[in-house]
Design a protein. Structure first.
Length: 227
């Protein structure tokens, strides 16, 4: 009962405002982590279908409660032992950071007779805390036999997170690095076509640097207490 009329208006307005700003070809993932199903329904009722969550249990709960035409994107760090819970319905997994995880996704996707789309997470931040491949590992993996032996996963792009910093130049530099890597891969393999970068604090820079998928939470749903 928290989301009163004003709350609903805010979500709808925020969403409309951001969608108007986005250039054509840039997809919006509305990041609804920690937010109640009512808030997601408000966004859904205004016509938005793509939502991002970072915890498996929470995403499963929301998937069960909400309309089935919602496309659920897993944007958080995914543990191998939890893939089985989302394999039935997940629409895109953003943060894949190991071949072992890809193998598990392939195995679980097979059980549901699905092909699960994935983005490989690239480590671009200068800080040490973010998961992901470096460029050498990425070049080894993409187009490799190991990847080809996983018929139930489809790698369609890259995802990255910039350093959490006020230094806009550093953020821009990190996004540029990822875009360069993306362009190199995309030139060889056109199926690598999604570049997921940019959040509430830095999506304008990300778009200027060539992102075609932004993951925006607090600018739509308001700030979060927990992470
Ligand atoms: C939480 C989260 C976002 C959205 O963050 P906001 O700052 O609220 O827009 C985007 N990407 C990932 C991976 C996240 O965990």
């Amino acid at each position: 009962m928290e989301s009163n009329f004003n709350g609903k208006m805010t979500i709808t307005d925020n969403l409309a405002k951001i969608k108007k700003e986005l250039p054509p070809g840039v997809k919006l993932v509305a990041v609804s982590k920690t937010k109640p199903v009512e808030d997601i329904l408000t966004a859904y009722n205004s016509g938005h279908l793509i939502f991002g969550e970072n915890k498996v249990q929470e995403m499963v709960f929301k998937w069960e409660q909400l309309p089935k035409d919602i496309q659920w994107h897993m944007i958080g760090h995914l543990q191998r032992n939890k893939v089985k819970y989302l394999a039935e319905f997940v629409s895109l997994i953003h943060g894949v950071d190991s071949l072992k995880l890809l193998r598990e996704i392939d195995k679980q996707a097979k059980k549901h007779d699905r092909i699960i789309k994935c983005l490989l997470q690239v480590h671009i931040a200068e800080e040490d805390t973010k998961f992901g491949f470096d460029s050498a590992e990425l070049n080894d993996l993409i187009g490799s036999d190991e990847l080809r032996q996983l018929p139930n996963v489809e790698v369609i792009g890259l995802m990255g997170m910039a350093t959490f910093t006020k230094d806009r130049l550093q953020i821009r530099r990190e996004f540029k690095t990822l875009k360069t890597l993306f362009d190199e891969l995309n030139a060889k393999l056109p199926e690598i076509s999604i570049l997921s970068m940019g959040m509430s604090g830095d999506y304008e820079i990300a778009i200027e640097e060539g992102s075609n998928m932004v993951r925006i939470g607090s600018s739509i749903f308001g700030s979060r207490n927990q992470h």
